[in-house]
Write a protein that binds this ligand. Sequence first.
Ligand code: SAH
Ligand code: SF4
Length: 369
Amino acid sequence: MDDVVAGNLEGVGVKKPPHHWIELDALARQELVASWGLPSYRLAQITRHYVERFEADPHTWTDLPASAREAVSSAFPVLLEPVRQTMTDRGRTAKNLYRLTDGAKIESVVMTYARGSGSRSTLCVSCQAGCGIGCPFCATGQLGLQRNLTVGEICEQVRLAVVDLESMGGAPKLNNVVFMGMGEPLANYGAVVEAIRVMTAGSPDGFGITARGVTVSTAGIVPRIVDLSAEGLPLTLAISLHAPDDDLRGDLVPLNKRWGVGEVLSAAADYFRVTGRRVSIEYALMRDVNDQPWRADLLAKKLNGLGRGWVHVNVIPLNPTPDSPWQPSTRKTTEEFMARLEQARVPVTLRDSRGQDIDGGCGQLAARA
Ligand code: SAH
Ligand code: SF4
């Protein structure tokens, strides 16, 4: 588990994906532009193609001298090869399966929502191929960890999602990015935070997505929660709790044996104190496993014990995964669980389950070819 948490498996037996322009700092970009024999004003021009127009093939950039396009292309390797796109919800949800340069596969899900006269959109992004935490109810967890994704591979999911939105109609820009796809973001901390900086920087440095629209969901790597609160980014932190007691949480989220419920919740409350951002507690309801009224009461007691106004609970209907013994709770039990939290004045919402029928819901991503 130590290696998994520290991301030490990165690179073991794995050919590193090539470096991408978006991963380079200002100096490295300047040097590259100079090595191509181009004047320095080309630097912002090249970046703008990628971050403003979401274009990744320099061969088509006719404002660059034709003689330079081949060289520029070497800094824009194809990191994600689209294998398959599956649509559902009448074209409002798209699941993408991508092959990475070393053959590993990942998935991401784009969702659009009509709201008032406009529309909004969310990308559920992957940060690892597989996941090493091993929650038994999660399809990604059953794969084990293949490897961490690079900054470029995470950013490319974002760029390709914006390209998808253009064909899905309605939502012209990406409003939210949630790290709820494959993998544990805080076990690939450096790449995830760097990718978030790229997403949230304005042009010509980044995609200009508001940091308040970015959610990092974690199984509870406490030291990295502390680090995240000090990054100066107004992100939303989501904690996958699923049980208020160590006995049960130790079975559902194996990481709990390392950092228990008390430590995780107190780190989450500190995150709110430092950032002012309300924390989301994720609770996937499983029939006769974690959905008893006494567990709702215990959850409310533990959350309220750390203060008021710092947290809300997001109840997730359990999505089915292959060979899983876990079943979703009934509607009545779900309503009662939520009502008990409300009675204790803990804000609670029910997650709308998108993409279940295409195995694109939470915990269903397994990148099967
Ligand atoms: N590893 C991170 C983020 C990816 S999982 C984490 O665990 O938080 C994203 C969310 O999906 C988590 O809240 C996770 O607990 C939840 N999830 C996993 N399997 C699920 C399933 N079968 N049904 C519903 N939610 C699930
Ligand atoms: Fe990993 Fe999150 Fe799935 Fe657990 S729920 S196995 S931490 S992706």
